[in-house]
Write a protein that binds this ligand. Structure first.
Ligand SMILES: C[S@@+](CC[C@H](N)C(=O)[O-])C[C@H]1O[C@@H](n2cnc3c(N)ncnc32)[C@H](O)[C@@H]1O
Length: 196
């Protein structure tokens, strides 16, 4: 089984070079729901670019990531937010601590058999009302592929099952979008805004 955190330690610099502001549309979607100063968790935050950086202009942002290197970069690049190395399975915050959670391209690296447990955890971490913006697979798939010069692991169910999992946790689906990265049409995912 691939150690995703160790892989991102290796490719963090290369991954950062691929980042653009394109995905900020999803940060703005979450932003619309929240009052200034709200507390947000960026789960699997990477180097914090562009999401944590953008949101930290208006909100109190905490980022977690299993890659020590990503956290090191995030601390340097996004001084207005707080970051710590943690697995989203055990984020280490008390329940009902956050007004919003954003999880961009990171749940898709976790074994899908753990997705329900993680989404439940997100639900517990949110206040009521609270909002989750999550990126998931559109089609069921699992496996390893070459990525930025290393082997990487991805795992996810398809749209229907993903929505079932979210509803099972208690979330209401407020909005969804099938979106492909304009710079890479193979990079296509399902983005959901969910409410507690
Ligand atoms: C593709 S990057 C996405 C980074 C950032 N969210 C973005 O939108 O650019 C995936 C990130 O998820 C992190 N990650 C993977 N599995 C994780 C887990 N179980 N807990 C926390 N972070 C995880 C990786 O270390 C990596 O930094």
């Amino acid at each position: 089984m691939i150690d995703v955190g160790a892989k991102y330690d290796k490719i963090a610099g290369e991954y950062l070079k691929t980042k653009t502001d394109d995905t900020l549309i999803f940060a703005r979607k979450l932003e619309e729901q929240l009052e200034p100063g709200s507390r947000i968790l960026d789960a699997g935050c990477g180097a914090g670019i562009p999401i944590a950086k953008y949101l930290s202009g208006k909100f109190e942002v905490f980022g977690i990531d299993i890659s020590a290197k990503q956290i090191e970069l995030a601390k340097r690049l996004v001084p207005n937010a707080k970051f710590k190395k943690a697995d989203m399975l055990e984020p280490g915050f008390e329940n009902e601590y956050f007004d919003g959670i954003i999880c961009m391209y990171s749940l898709i690296h976790v074994d899908r058999r753990k997705h329900l447990e993680i989404l439940r955890k997100f639900y517990e971490l949110l206040k009521t009302p609270g909002y989750l913006l999550v990126c998931m697979h559109l089609e069921e798939s699992e496996g390893e592929e070459d990525y930025l010069g290393t082997k990487m692991f991805w795992s996810g169910y398809g749209r229907k099952r993903n929505i079932e999992l979210l509803k099972k946790c208690g979330f209401t689906i407020l909005w969804e979008k099938d979106w492909a990265n304009p710079r890479d049409s193979n990079d296509r995912h399902l983005f959901l805004l969910c409410g507690k």
